[in-house]
Design a protein around this ligand. Structure first.
Ligand code: IVH
Length: 671
């Protein structure tokens, strides 16, 4: 038996090594060397072995990136070496001034610089002890940050274990870097949030910060965070003398390092780097707000030291702001597909980093109030990396007294129906299902690129189709005739024919796209994919109960209720039957949920367990498909009581939740 376990242990370690290597190729180098299927096989084999032998699970196992239970608060982490901030400069003049001071302090020597893009995210410190990731923290105030280890673990680029250098790893290594979100991922996240009626994040930086500082790591795990490393804290057992050496070494140890860094000899080369980066700025997948210029040589850095919490050996050379000031000519209200009313500022056109902006979203009424934006105001507008322009703030100092406050209309501007604001929501809504603005938006959504992808069914055409009464619901699209289409403005035989072909082609869309295209509230692309995979057909989904839906890990109560409501509607059921009759009924391969002995069961622990730690107990529950919660509520199935239990025991009694002793708990687990 013992021999058996040894063999399993060896295999588990082999698998981890192998998976770590492929994670590095895939997530850090962006160059996978095996197929996804092969990777999945390795990963599943490891998961199965760990399930069978939970005692072999270690925190650095690739399976342990997700699944930690929510925390009640973040513990403080002291940074042994403070995490400083950077001084800024905005012009070549200012940079030259900084360079002159550096040279003077170095006794006339000309330092070599290393330039790196300055990413707009949030900085973190990652501690590795004997090559294993142990603690990760935010910068905080520079001296004390927050322990976000479990959230950082979910970032696939972050090495849980270092790749050895010549067979060795440093005793202690604190690496610093930036956690960020790419622009595309940010846009997608915001789209999903808006669909769910949640307030969107203002910019990728806020989205990254909000995602990392989540008490529930499973939320972080669902957010596409990325990492670049660029600096050091404490180091033991490794000697590094320059920034160049550091960046090369970090990459070899398995850290993601931004490949755009460059060695620059003197200010001219720095300016060239800056210009090139500024030019590429729009094409970069992430937002960069400047470049960081650092003295390469660490011994020179020591001579230079620091002032007022910023080093003298580095400076952030910032790009010009993507902001401009202009006037608000009007505030209009747009009606979305779900009936949500969005105030939009109509602006006197203004150029913001090369693009003319004449409209900017104000999100909702609360935002208008918070920013105190009035019609006629001067405002600051920002265009953050191709995101929809937004009004940052008003400039009350420039008011003349003629400005008018904005009021959400009591009636829908499109159909005249009543406007309501459901309790607990930020958005006002038009509740009229046949509101033409809503119909237009739902048809546009259905036809959009990520949904049914019907090319040629543009905004103007949808307007005409709805206004002429040719289309009242999605199914009407598939009944349009060539004659009807050709008779519309700006349409001819040819474009009518093309559109019919596009419509025909769209009948073959995937089930996930179809679910997304229906425009069920709170169901974004990702949720649609999850649902398609779980149910395999629309019919199955339509018949799913609320209970079945909330059982799915990524489906919360609000989404589940919205899906149930959608399919409970007679109208929607008819629409789906019509679509099926027209030949649109995509299917996918459904995967039934994996059943494990404790699937769907939630445990709470209180008091000290004698034979195992809390962490071990949690792993035992999770490896059998169960969950561990931190507080007692009606949703909890068992409360496990150790020595000197806390108030949770009383609460469990109050709610009549089954109480288990440690022995009973072990029995339940199967010995
Ligand atoms: S070095 C003491 N390098 O900018 C210098 N910082 O404004 C430590 N940042 O807190 C920072 N990209 O969050 C460095 N390539 C880069 C950076 C970078 C972004 C952030 C970092 C820092 C802030 C200072």
């Amino acid at each position: 038996m013992a021999e058996d376990l040894e063999r399993v242990k060896k295999r588990v370690e082999e698998l981890r090594e192998e998976i770590r290597k492929h994670d590095y190729y895939y997530y850090v180098l962006n160059q996978p060397i095996i197929s996804d299927a092969e990777y999945d096989r390795l990963f599943r084999e490891l998961q199965e072995l760990e399930e069978k032998y939970p005692e072999l699970i270690t925190p650095d196992s690739p399976t342990q990136r997700v699944g930690a239970p929510p925390a009640e608060e973040f513990a403080p982490v002291h940074h042994a070496i403070p995490m400083l901030s950077l001084q800024n400069c905005f012009t070549q003049e200012e940079f030259l001034e900084w360079d002159r001071r550096v040279r003077r302090l170095l006794g006339g020597e000309r330092p070599v610089y290393v330039c790196e893009p300055k990413l707009d995210g949030l900085s973190v410190e990652l501690m590795y002890e004997d090559g294993v990731f142990t603690v990760g923290s935010t910068r905080g105030d520079g001296y004390v940050g927050e322990d976000v280890t479990r959230n950082l673990r979910t970032i696939r680029q972050l090495p849980l274990k270092l790749l050895p250098l010549d067979g060795r790893v440093p005793r202690l290594l604190e690496v610093r870097g930036e956690v960020y979100m790419e622009k595309e991922a940010f846009r997608r996240l915001n789209r999903e949030r808006e669909e769910r009626g949640e307030p969107p994040f203002a910019n990728p930086r806020n989205a990254a910060a909000g995602s990392l500082r989540q008490l529930d790591p499973s939320i972080t795990a669902g957010r596409p965070l990325k990492l670049f490393c660029y600096a050091l804290g404490r180091v033991e057992g490794l000697e590094i003398k320059t920034q160049e050496e550091l960046l090369t070494l970090l990459a070899r140890l398995g850290f993601p390092v931004n490949p755009l860094w460059r060695r620059c000899e003197g200010p001219e080369e720095v300016f060239e780097f800056y210009r090139e980066l500024l030019e590429r700025r729009g094409d970069l997948p992430y937002e960069a707000d400047g470049c960081v210029v650092k003295v390469n040589d660490f011994s020179q850095r020591e001579l230079l030291g620091e002032v007022s919490r910023a080093p003298r050996w580095a400076i952030a050379f910032k790009f010009p702001a993507e902001e401009a000031t202009t006037r608000v000519l009007d505030i209009v209200v747009q009606v979305g597909r779900t009936g949500a009313l969005t105030p939009v500022a109509i602006l006197e056109p203004v150029e913001v980093s090369g693009v003319t902006v004449s409209r900017a979203t104000l999100h909702n009424e609360d935002e208008v109030k918070r920013k105190d934006v009035r019609i006629g105001d001067w405002v600051v507008v920002r265009r953050a990396g191709e995101v929809i322009p937004e009004v940052v703030k008003s400039i009350p100092e420039r008011r003349t007294g003629k400005e008018r406050e904005f009021r959400m209309p009591a009636r829908c501007p499109a159909c005249g129906g009543p406007v309501v604001r459901p309790p607990g929501e930020v958005a006002h809504r038009c509740e009229n299902l046949s509101c033409p603005a809503r119909i237009k938006e739902s048809i546009r959504h259905f036809a959009s690129r990520r949904a049914a992808d019907i090319e040629g069914l543009g905004e103007k055409l949808v307007d005409q189709l709805v206004e002429k009464g040719l289309v009242r619901r999605i199914s009407d699209l598939y009944r349009l005739t060539k004659e009807e289409l050709a008779a519309l403005e700006r349409m001819g035989e040819k474009s009518a024919q093309n559109l019919l072909e596009q419509l025909e082609r769209s009948k073959g869309m995937s089930l996930a796209r179809f679910i997304y295209a229906l425009g069920i509230r709170y169901v974004g692309e990702h949720t649609a994919e999850v649902l398609a995979e779980r149910f395999g057909s629309l019919e199955e989904l339509a018949n799913a109960s609320y209970e079945e839906l909330v059982e799915i890990p990524e489906i919360g109560p609000r989404i589940a209720q919205s899906i149930v409501d959608f399919f409970a509607s007679e109208d929607n059921r008819r629409l789906i039957a019509e679509l099926a009759a027209l030949g649109i009924a995509p299917r996918s391969e459904a995967k039934p949920p994996e059943e494990k002995p404790l699937s769907g069961k939630t445990f709470v622990f209180t008091g000290r367990l004698s034979g195992l730690s809390r962490e071990e107990a949690r792993r035992l529950v999770e490896s059998r498909g169960g969950r561990v919660a931190s507080s007692v509520s009606r949703k909890v199935d068992y409360v496990v009581v150790g020595e000197e239990p806390g108030s949770k025991l009383a609460r469990a009694r109050e709610l009549g939740i089954p109480i288990l002793s440690e022995r009973e708990f072990r029995e339940l687990l199967g010995g």
